[in-house]
Design a protein around this ligand. Structure first.
Ligand code: M6R
Length: 628
């Protein structure tokens, strides 16, 4: 999705903007641009470029800016930058941000979608404004231009009047020639983070862009507005225009985490961070003395938990798959009925929900529009609504009653890996916690389960060791030229497969389909082509349904499939039946998705690498999907 950086102060403004945009590249984009106020020439200077497949976008923009003298030599104290992911209007230089008003006095960058742009544009055209792009964003500039004149040059007031006209989602950063030491930012349902540092103040749509300058940050509420000054002062106003002092949050991770650190891509780095992430997510959740799990931030009394009649999990993509796995965990441990819904459908299917329903919204980014809408709807019904997210200060944390944070730290690769594993760990603990509070598990059992989970970091380490990774690579290389790949499993194994197939699709662009192994003979088995040796990835770990899984493997094998099995160490039976085996350490079935997913991530990544794909920024995808 789009990215914003804005700063003012005595620093090298073009460099700061370009460095910030480079840290937002991971979000996915098709064009980029910056605008600064050239104080010497008394005009706005803008440079924009379209992404080219063979060049690093920000390097291209840096060269173009330098060629036009927009570099450290320029006398500028304020600037804004943007990476665009096209929604309204094709990727083109004309549609790239920043956009300027008719007179070239105002520059704006925008993330989100202005839903009423068509009506506003018609009115503004009628009033004589000249539009130069097909974007929804451009109405913002012309509104600002109009209100700035009406408000006698009061920039803040003109932004206020403009925002009052807008419906939809937006994060905006605004630069005005008449205010060379100021930037105004505002937002609605689109993230924005702000901070002061030694040489001024800075804002961005995502923390990596500013983490190199400050780790003490604030977040604006919906329709709040902030004025950034070159001396580092930031004034924040609520929608009623009241000045307020924002909370400051200290970011725990540092800039190194937003860099590859010797790995060829972020995805591999993030896969290898998983032992630590799992450990971090487990930490502090178990009181060894009392032998109890603790979720002190949950707003649920024992009576509330006892009264829960039903659990809904809402999420999208990989987070939805975490929800499918969590369903098994919660139903098994806490004996509560769980329904898992993709967030984009939840609002429209008239869910059976009341004050005794627990709604769990899972979202890595905390900014997914579909999930936010589902949460808003659930809150209106009086249900208990909790969020599971990775991002402190994200929108969901303001919308849900409470947020449970997974400890994955910043995730840069578009394909979710470590955040998914952290979600699984947190949701397993939550399932056990609910069981504990419902009196379904003894202290001894809770302690035993927790201790088993504490073995997971070492078990994941073993899967990341050379021998295991080589086995995954060998299996992956045999599948590189396939037309389609099938993933089969049973119970939690089937849910694990959904995520394995999604990972493969999104980064390799191979078609993949996951299904319950028992279902394959009811239709999908027709896809197995003996001439192609269609790959079938079978999650066949020791479990209650292991024998049935072996039968399903034989069915596909008999039709010419190439079978890659994920099997439990010591399983001699399976080697006879399949083409490739990747061994996994023995773990309790219910938490086996945590280890099995690591193998499936490596499998997908290796195929994508063999096919020469851009693993971190797959085509058509964005890291956080802030539009419905
Ligand atoms: O930030 P969220 O967890 O809400 O994101 C949901 C999906 O957009 C996300 O999981 C997506 O499917 C990723 N590309 C998965 O790798």
């Amino acid at each position: 999705m789009c990215g914003i950086v804005a700063c003012c102060g005595s620093d090298n403004i073009p460099q700061l903007l370009l460095n910030g945009l480079a840290h937002l590249e991971y979000r996915g984009y098709d064009s980029a641009g910056i605008a600064v106020i050239d104080n010497e020439e008394g005009r706005l200077r803008v440079v924009k470029r379209l992404r080219q497949s063979d060049r690093g976008m920000i390097d291209l923009l840096r060269e173009a800016a330098a060629a036009e003298g927009i570099d450290e030599a320029i006398s500028a104290r304020a600037g804004i930058g943007h990476t665009r992911w096209a929604t309204h209007g094709a990727p083109s230089v004309a549609n790239a941000h920043p956009h300027l008003d008719c007179e070239g006095r105002i520059a704006v960058v925008h993330n989100g979608i202005i839903e009423n742009h068509a009506r506003l544009k018609a009115e503004l055209v009628e009033e004589g404004h000249c539009f130069k792009s097909q974007t929804d964003t451009e109405v913002v500039i012309h509104l600002l231009e109009k209100y700035y004149d009406q408000a006698d040059g009061d920039l803040v007031e003109s932004v206020r009047r403009t925002v009052a006209q807008l419906s939809g989602s937006f994060a905006l950063a605004i630069l005005h020639l008449g205010h060379p030491d100021t930037i105004v930012v505002t937002r609605n349902d689109s993230p924005l983070v702000l901070g002061s540092y030694e040489y001024g103040s800075i804002a961005a749509s995502d923390t990596p862009a500013i983490i190199g300058y400050t780790r003490d940050v604030s977040y604006l509420g919906n329709r709040d507005l902030a004025v950034l000054h070159g001396d580092g002062q930031i004034e924040c106003y609520d929608p009623a225009g009241e000045l307020y002092v924002p909370n400051i949050y200290h970011i725990e991770w540092d800039i190194e985490e937003a860099e590859k650190g010797g790995y060829p891509d972020f995805m591999l780095k993030e896969i290898f961070e998983q032992p630590q992430v799992v450990q971090n997510t487990l930490a502090g959740r178990f009181d060894a003395q009392a032998q109890r799990l603790q979720f002190d931030e949950l707003p649920l009394s024992p009576a509330d938990i006892a009264a829960i009649e039903r659990v809904y999990i809402v999420a999208c993509g990989t987070s939805y798959h975490a929800g499918l796995i969590a369903k098994n965990m919660i139903e098994n441990a806490a004996r509560l009925p769980v329904e898992v819904q993709v967030a984009s459908e939840f609002r429209y299917h008239n869910p059976i929900i009341n004050g005794n329903t627990l709604v769990i919204a899972i979202t890595q980014s905390g900014e997914t529009a579909d999930t936010l809408e589902a949460v808003r709807m659930a809150r209106q019904t009086g249900a208990h609504v909790i969020a599971v997210t990775n991002v402190v200060g994200s929108r969901i944390t303001a919308e849900a009653q409470t947020s449970l944070f997974v400890k994955a730290n910043i995730e840069i690769a578009v394909a979710a890996t470590k955040s998914f594993l952290a979600q699984l760990v947190l949701l397993s603990l939550l399932a056990l916690y609910l069981a504990q509070e419902l009196g379904l598990l003894t202290k001894r059992k809770i302690s035993k389960y927790y201790n088993e989970m504490c073995q997971l970091p070492a078990q994941i380490e073993s899967l990341l060791a050379e021998e295991s990774v080589s086995a995954v690579k060998a299996a992956a290389e045999a599948c590189v030229h396939a037309h389609t790949a099938l993933f089969i499993g049973r119970g939690v194994g089937a849910s694990t497969c959904y995520e394995g197939a999604l990972k493969l699709k999104e980064i390799s662009y191979l078609h993949a389909e996951a299904l319950s192994a028992g279902e394959i003979k009811h239709g999908t088995i027709a896809l197995i082509d003996p001439d192609q040796g269609t790959p079938v990835v079978a999650v066949a770990l020791q479990s209650a349904t292991y024998d049935k899984m072996l039968a399903n493997i034989q069915e596909v094998k008999a039709r010419g499939a190439r079978v890659i099995a994920l099997a439990t160490e010591g399983d001699e039976q399976i080697t006879e039946l399949v083409d490739h085996v990747v061994w996994l350490p023995p773990v309790r079935e219910i938490i086996s998705p945590i280890t099995a997913s690591v193998v499936l991530q490596l499998f997908a990544r290796h195929i994508a690498v063999c096919l020469g794909r851009d693993v971190d920024q797959p085509r058509n995808l964005a890291k956080s999907v802030t539009v419905e």
